[in-house]
Design a protein around this ligand. Structure first.
Ligand code: ATP
Ligand code: MG
Length: 415
């Protein structure tokens, strides 16, 4: 019989298991807790959308739309795209469902996203994001609150050390257009020295040359004009309100006048939380204000601001271990003891005590399993113990072993 080949995973996908999964889950649980503190409502979004949702809002010239989307025709002939980001889909949902009545609407989502990229550490084709949006708020206070949320999240994850909030303004449409013109003029003068990619960007998306990672582009990008000289009075005032708000809340930030966001719809505030620990994949959380997006989807003018963070990248920064072992591992020894242990564990689990059973192998093997699981106690139930209505409880940290009446187990295991 021909040997059947084992299927390979799709390039750039991950099977997240063990400690990686614990880290992943810890990031999500922390996000869910902190977003409630800030009054963000959860939202569950479709994984695919009509292709136009992304093509129109992100802009045809962006890397995501031009090179990275997973688009396909479904059996009915409609062009669909696996979501490469949350924001555009959330805005589509806002318009489809008439969520205008809820503004300002604070939403939080998390889940998988898909981009056809070159896979490497911290960069995948299916990756996962946390996402936070405030829709229908044009005030700088919304930017400040959103950044406070991000800052607290990173602090609660314990990964704020070595992470810097870089902040920039892209001005309003008028400021941005004037700046763009000055940038094109500057880059045009140095066109021959630019990398091939950046020469291409000069036509399509000149702002992106500013944050090019190509070495030959750096000195030209660094010498390019800042937006400051082109900011309208309103845009300047808005940025001042954001920075003053952050200072008042004790959120540290630095100005990075080279910071632009990859997507066309950004206005005013743009920001990234960047770590020095993940090499080229150092941006862990990024976002900004996107006042023009709803209109690009045919909706009414609706100012909004949001961010997204890579769950895998946050997970990689966490200190280990992120989860404690179980409160107890049960070791049943003898006839009827397994069933008795299972019943006892059920009672304990119902009162919030984490436990598991080691039922395979000799005593030594089972003790090894308990130690490897990081259990706080082992509970040994043999036929004699069972007959006397007791169990032997060993504290694995101290080595101390005591006989406990079964009714007192919950107390003994949480003491
Ligand atoms: P990068 O410059 O790293 O490509 P980006 O500007 O494309 O990032 P955003 O669209 O702003 O990223 O997404 C927000 C966050 O999502 C990023 O800061 C990063 O943490 C994460 N992220 C983006 N693309 C990937 C990917 N392919 N794999 C893993 N995480 C990603
Ligand atoms: Mg990218």
């Amino acid at each position: 019989m021909a040997k059947i080949q084992t299927p390979q995973p799709v390039r750039g996908t991950q099977d997240i298991f063990g400690e990686d999964q614990e880290r992943f889950q810890h990031v999500i649980e922390t996000f869910e807790r902190v977003r409630r503190l800030y009054g963000f409502k959860g939202v569950e979004m479709p994984v695919f959308e009509p292709t136009a949702v992304f093509a129109r809002s992100l802009g045809e010239t962006t890397d995501v739309v031009s090179k990275e989307m997973y688009s396909f025709e479904d059996r009915g002939g409609d062009s669909l795209t696996l979501r490469p980001e949350f924001t555009a889909g959330i805005c589509r949902a806002f318009l489809s469902n008439g969520w205008q009545q809820h503004v300002p609407l604070k939403l939080a989502a998390h889940g998988p996203l898909f981009r056809y990229e070159r896979p490497q550490k911290g960069r995948y084709r299916q990756f996962h994001q946390l996402d936070a949006e405030i829709i229908g708020a044009g005030e700088a206070a919304a930017d400040v609150e959103l950044l406070c949320f991000a800052d607290q999240l990173l602090k609660e994850l314990g990964i704020d050390d070595g992470v810097t909030l870089q902040l920039n303004t892209l001005g309003d449409a008028e400021s941005r257009d004037a700046w763009r013109e000055a940038l094109v003029e500057h880059f045009q003068a140095h066109k021959a020295e630019l990398s091939e990619d950046s020469q291409d960007r000069l036509e399509r998306n000149p702002l992106r040359i500013l944050d090019s990672k190509e070495r030959q582009d750096r000195s030209i990008a660094d010498a390019a004009p800042d937006i400051d000289a082109y900011l309208s009075t309103e845009a300047k005032e808005f940025f001042a309100q954001v920075t003053e708000g952050l200072d008042a809340c004790g959120v540290a930030w630095v100005r990075n006048s080279r910071l632009v966001r990859g997507l066309d719809y950004y206005r005013h505030t743009a920001f990234e939380f960047v770590t020095d620990r993940l090499g080229a994949q150092g941006t862990v959380l990024a976002g900004g204000r996107y006042d023009g997006l709803m209109e690009s989807l045919g909706g009414p003018h609706t100012p909004a601001v949001g961010w997204a963070a890579g769950i895998e990248r946050l997970g990689m920064l966490l200190d280990e271990p992120v989860v404690a072992g179980p409160d107890a591992i049960f070791i049943p020894l003898g006839d009827g003891c397994e069933a008795a242990a299972m019943k006892l564990m059920g009672e304990l689990r119902r009162s919030g005590i984490t436990c598991d059973m080691a039922y395979k192998g000799n005593m030594k093997k089972r003790m090894q399993k308990a130690n490897a699981a990081g259990a706080a106690h082992v509970v040994i139930i043999g036929e004699n113990e069972l007959a006397n209505g007791v169990a032997a409880v060993k504290n694995l940290a101290t080595g101390d072993q005591r006989e406990i009446v079964l009714g007192g187990l919950a107390e003994a295991l949480t003491a």
